[in-house]
Write a protein that binds this ligand. Structure first.
Ligand SMILES: [Zn+2]
Length: 256
């Protein structure tokens, strides 16, 4: 009995730390995405996380991004645009890294902010070849694949999850779920301007410096991806996040 209570308290710590008017998903797809990508929603330190797991259009994304305090910085030859609190912390991390002869640089022009159309394009870049592959392999009927191609990007998500539940994975190398490869349209942490893909992600010293400035890894197996949570590591469990270790990496996920 006591143990049950304890678990309930633990999982509600995350829920309790969500934004006040957060739109908690009730469907299976939304709940899965909350579990996998949801660390972002309890970000602190001046970060304003979205109030939804799913943005459904460019209009919704633009309205949210327009409401944020954001800043641009030229880092490693690329313009990095993020929420102001996230940029400030990143600049401090870069300065700290320099003192230790390390660099922290963005992986490309789309390493920070993305818009809805970017997420649709990235999603299609995994879904279309995967559908072709599974048809060619004989696991999927062409008619079924065509039906999925014609759906809106939003409606494709649950259909792709169904295929994956039958072993037809849709990540780039077709070995794991697409969600560890690209985010479903409208769900990327990059839309929030609190995420950055970092070149030096393999270097544990660079990861440590980022963590000291509130930047953590929150999407299992998306190795270059960091999320601004705006707190120190010892505060993360208080926000209802749990530590998941994978291959010497540490990821922080909602304790749900
Ligand atoms: Zn990323």
């Amino acid at each position: 009995m006591k143990r049950t209570n304890k678990i309930q308290i633990k999982s509600s710590a995350y829920i309790a730390n969500l934004p006040k008017d957060f739109n908690r998903p009730t469907d299976a797809v939304g709940q899965r995405l909350l579990k996998e990508y949801g660390a972002l929603f309890v970000a602190r330190g001046g970060a304003i996380p979205p109030k939804t797991v799913f943005f459904k259009s460019e209009r919704e994304v633009s309205a949210y991004q327009a409401s944020l305090s954001k800043s641009k910085e030229n880092i490693g030859g690329f313009t990095v645009e993020l929420q102001t609190a996230a940029v400030k912390a990143l600049k401090k991390a870069i300065a700290d890294a320099q003192q230790n002869y390390l660099t922290i640089t963005p992986r490309g022009a789309d390493a920070a902010k993305r818009n809805y159309a970017d997420t649709v394009m990235l999603w299609a870049s995994r879904v279309n070849p995967a559908l072709t592959h599974w048809v060619e392999r004989g696991n999927l009927q062409e008619a079924e694949a065509s039906k999925i191609r014609l759906l809106s990007p939003f409606d494709q998500v649950s259909e792709i999850f169904k295929l994956e539940s039958k072993g037809m994975f849709c990540s780039k190398d077709l070995s794991k779920s697409i969600i560890y490869s690209v985010a479903p349209p409208g769900t990327s942490q990059h839309l929030s301007m609190l995420a950055l893909d970092v070149n030096e992600h393999d270097d544990s010293r660079a990861r440590d410096v980022l963590a000291e400035h509130g930047w953590f890894q929150t999407v299992v197996s998306d190795l270059p991806h960091f999320t601004f949570l705006g707190v120190s590591e010892n505060q993360l469990s208080g926000l209802g996040l749990k530590k998941v270790s994978d291959d010497e990496r540490v990821f922080w996920l909602p304790n749900l």
